[in-house]
Write a protein that binds this ligand. Structure first.
Ligand SMILES: [Zn+2]
Length: 112
């Protein structure tokens, strides 16, 4: 795959991670709505509502945080690629991209 194609793919994945992050946040918060209605309409005890709602809320926010981290990671990768350097996954040294399949410093594989 050419470097341009890799960069385009990364940009696409960053956009997707950003979109999924917001979907997860919105769904996490939206899950509180039917639960709040349940609380209003039927005399469900407060603790019960809390127990049902909390996992959905935490799940949504947690998933959002996961995608936020993914986006951050992808952006770092994109930054390195556009600078023309890749970071060795093992020794963390910067290596000119394209020229090496193995890290010249520690001989770790650079292909991902
Ligand atoms: Zn290395």
């Amino acid at each position: 795959m050419s470097n341009e194609a890799k960069i385009a793919l990364l940009q696409l994945r960053i956009r997707e991670a950003n979109r999924d992050k917001w979907i997860a946040y919105v769904l996490g918060c939206a899950s509180l709505l039917p639960i709040a209605l349940l609380y209003q309409s039927y005399d469900v005890p407060y603790e019960m509502v809390f127990l049902i709602g909390l996992p959905f809320f935490i799940g949504g926010i947690g998933t959002g945080q996961y995608y936020r981290y993914q986006k951050h990671r992808l952006m770092k990768k994109l930054e390195r690629m556009t600078k023309g350097y890749t970071e060795c996954p093992k020794c963390r040294k910067e290596i000119p991209s394209g020229d090496y399949k193995y890290c010249p410093l520690c001989s770790a594989s650079l292909e991902s």
